[in-house]
Write a protein that binds this ligand. Structure first.
Ligand SMILES: C[S@@+](CC[C@H](N)C(=O)[O-])C[C@H]1O[C@@H](n2cnc3c(N)ncnc32)[C@H](O)[C@@H]1O
Length: 287
């Protein structure tokens, strides 16, 4: 399916490689199609098990929802960007029943995940690499959890998102950062094989991008989490089951994969997350 991709932003630079090397013989092999098509295909294959696997995403969404309880929202639409099965919006609605009047629109690349979203009535398949749809102009609340890093140019899209907020509108964001998956990086270096983990954005780059577009951070923290799988194979399998296994790189060969796993330390998968909640300035600086 071809998704709408408006030309709101200049064309993005080539995208980074995906998270998980496909195992030899896997149907999820590298293909030269656009990265977002691969991302969609991988999430769609695992849509049925996403909520079951996404315990970290669920916990973080709940935390975000709680932090949004008392935000003074101006009038305007709201949206969950890269909403998937709606974990963030479900948490927002649990903490902010006032949003039930007009629930956040659910934008996502993957129709199969949106089909499992209880807010499907406000769902729209959408490729966020092309910017936001016009109906989100002057948004009161834009939320996004574990999705921005999948886009071709996260910093440019984040600037664009802040630009679409109404004065006094809120951005609520969680995104994995560079520094995550240290054990994978270390194993790849020790095994002398390419690390095919998705290169993740740097926290300061994202915060600067948001601030340059007029966001005033109210809550900005880097959080560390460890994921339960405690060896390389379990970690890669978990990412695959989550659907987070798209790659623009050719997969590692069987020998490379075995070397990688042999050097993977017996430690959980580590995440570094940026949690950013900020408000769009009511007036442009200097005015
Ligand atoms: C790890 S899931 C997170 C889903 C949800 N926000 C959560 O916290 O559970 C990443 C989501 O980003 C979506 N995504 C990735 N690239 C996208 C794009 N270019 N446009 C829209 N959605 C995208 C995927 O389809 C997937 O639903």
């Amino acid at each position: 399916m071809t998704l709408p991709r408006p030309s709101a932003l200049p064309s993005a630079p080539p995208c980074s490689p995906g998270l998980v090397p496909a195992e030899p013989g896997s149907p999820e092999l590298f293909s030269p199609e656009p990265f977002s098509s691969q991302v969609r295909d991988h999430f769609s294959r695992r849509a049925a098990s996403y909520d079951h696997q996404a315990r970290l995403q669920q916990g973080v969404a709940w935390r975000l929802g709680r932090l949004c309880r008392d935000l003074p929202l101006p009038p305007g639409p709201s949206a969950d960007l890269g909403a998937g099965s709606g974990l963030l919006s479900r948490a927002l609605l649990a903490h902010r029943p006032d949003l039930q009047v007009e629930p956040p629109r659910q934008l996502d690349l993957c129709p199969e995940l949106l089909a499992r979203n209880p807010l499907a009535a406000s769902a729209r398949p959408w490729d966020l690499n092309g910017g936001l749809p016009p109906e989100l102009d002057g948004a009161a609340l834009l939320g996004s959890s574990f999705a921005l890093h999948w886009l071709d140019d996260p910093a440019a899209q984040l600037r664009h998102w802040v630009g679409r907020l109404a004065p006094g509108g809120w951005l609520v964001l969680v995104v994995p950062l560079a520094g995550s998956f240290a054990s994978w990086q270390a194993a790849a270096a020790a095994a002398a094989v390419p690390c095919t983990a998705l290169p993740l954005p740097a926290g300061p780059t994202l915060v600067n991008a948001a601030c340059s577009a007029g966001l005033e951070p109210h809550h900005c923290r880097q959080l560390r989490f460890s994921q339960a799988p405690c060896d390389g194979l379990a970690s890669l399998r978990w990412l695959r089951q989550l659907g987070a296994s798209a790659s623009r790189q050719p997969p590692l060969g069987g020998g490379q994969l075995r070397r990688l796993l042999a050097h993977w330390p017996a430690s959980p998968l580590q995440w570094q997350l940026l949690l950013l909640i900020g408000q769009k300035q009511r007036q442009a600086r200097g005015s």
